[in-house]
Ligand binder design. Structure first.
Ligand SMILES: *Cc1c(COP(=O)(O)O)cnc(C)c1O
Ligand SMILES: [Zn+2]
Length: 405
């Protein structure tokens, strides 16, 4: 398959055989560029419409030339949420629940591609910095591929379920006394000095896997495009990736328009929101990001430049929500629709609610919220925000009084 890497800043091009993460000339972010005419000619229309969605259903649009390292990622449900739509006041609302991936987050889409790429490039060790989910995902794909996975986590700031997954799947877990941004600086240095393949979302191949969220949304809506896609933003890779997916389907003539990409952050960590609202060309990093949504507790998102242009060129916007607002949305998802998500994921619904109330999002829109990670990722948060269960003596009287009084 034909593709190459291109710098989004200086336009320099690099062959697919090179092991680079940013532009060697100007340090700009890289994009994977395909020959869309070739892809278009190779698409089997019948198969595209009939085969159930999954990451590797769209392999004609993925930059991997070997048999991939896969454990059946993607194919996550797209739930039509009428009760939540009514509560928020939009015409049609869907939730794409990425918590239903193998490790319980969308990171699996990026890692099946990223780890496959590592193998294709002959790399024998992979590494990442992570707020948690990336580490769980890297560990599982490292295990499947039979190569060591090194993960750097911010000490004390990772949800319990995620650390458990990284450990259980055999990742080499290292706690860094610092925040995610500090860990990312370190792992980038490590991978530049040692023969270790970097699999943070600065690696453009990760984003290629994640763009399949867009393909699946279109697919599951019967090849229709929603008016808007709302999702949490941390390092800002996913919003970039999903926007690229929609652009590619349009380029290939599979769809004829694109949704407005809408990014949500928390009030304690919102550099992207600040840049969008102030019209700034780049973000101002935040030194001490803080939020209950640890997955997006990021002050200096590496994909900021790509994400800002994705939001702007799609006609979208960005908004921040408080921890209280996201907890309310997390409970609404769980209790109205039966969708269990971790705190960061609920920002999509909280942000949608806020933007509809503010009149920024019209009530006539068809909206898809992406819930990025599963409820069980962060059991400690659940215990913190839910009412404690009652404990009773083992008698029918005590039981009835606990239920009925
Ligand atoms: C990684 C992650 C995000 C943020 O995605 P980015 O691509 O870093 O913006 C949001 N929610 C969850 C659950 C995540 O794991
Ligand atoms: Zn460059």
């Amino acid at each position: 398959m034909k593709y190459f890497l291109k710098c989004i800043d200086c336009g320099a091009e690099y062959p697919k055989t090179e092991i680079i993460y940013t532009c060697p000339k100007c340090d700009g972010l890289l994009d994977v560029i395909y020959d869309y005419d070739e892809i278009k000619a190779s698409i089997d229309e019948k198969k595209l419409r009939e085969e159930p969605p999954s990451v590797w259903k769209y392999k004609m649009l993925l930059p991997v030339d070997i048999d991939p390292v896969t454990i059946n990622e993607g194919g996550t449900p797209l739930y039509k949420c009428d009760k939540l739509a009514k509560l928020i006041g939009v015409k049609e609302l869907y939730v794409k629940h990425e918590g239903m991936n193998p490790t319980g987050s969308f990171k699996d889409r990026g890692m099946t591609v990223g780890v496959s790429k590592a193998i294709e490039l002959g790399m024998e060790t992979v590494a990442c910095a992570s707020t948690g989910n990336t580490s769980a995902s890297l560990a599982i794909y490292g295990a499947k591929a039979g190569i060591p996975a090194i993960v750097l986590l911010p000490a004390g700031k990772v949800a319990l379920g995620k650390v458990g997954q990284a450990l259980m799947h055999g990742g080499k877990v290292i706690m860094i006394k610092g925040n995610f941004d500090d860990a990312l600086v370190l792992v980038r240095k490590l991978c530049s000095e040692e023969r270790i393949y970097l699999l943070n979302s600065i690696n453009p191949y990760r984003l290629e896997g994640q763009k399949t969220i867009a393909f699946e949304i279109v697919d599951q809506l019967g090849f229709k495009v929603p008016d808007r896609v709302v999702l949490p933003v941390g390092n800002a890779g996913n919003i970039t990736a999903i926007n690229k997916g929609f652009k590619e389907f349009q380029k290939l003539g599979i769809t004829d328009r694109r949704p407005k990409m809408t990014g949500i952050q928390t009030a304690g960590a919102c550099p992207i929101v600040n840049a969008i609202k102030s019209g700034a060309e780049d973000i101002t990093p935040e030194m001490n990001p803080e939020t209950i949504a640890t997955a997006i507790r990021i002050g200096n998102p590496v994909n900021a430049k790509k994400a800002l242009s994705a939001i702007r060129e799609s006609g979208g916007c960005a908004e921040s929500v408080t921890d209280e607002e996201l907890i309310e949305a997390q409970k609404a998802l769980a209790r109205l629709e039966g969708i269990g998500v971790e705190p960061a994921s609920a920002t999509s619904v909280a942000g949608l609610k806020k933007l509809v109330e503010a009149g920024v999002i019209s009530k006539d829109e068809v909206v898809v919220c992406v819930t990025t990670g599963h409820l069980l990722k962060d059991p400690e948060e659940i215990i913190e925000i839910c009412e404690e269960p009652v404990t009773v003596e083992p008698t029918i009287e005590a039981l009835k009084s606990a239920i009925f009084e």
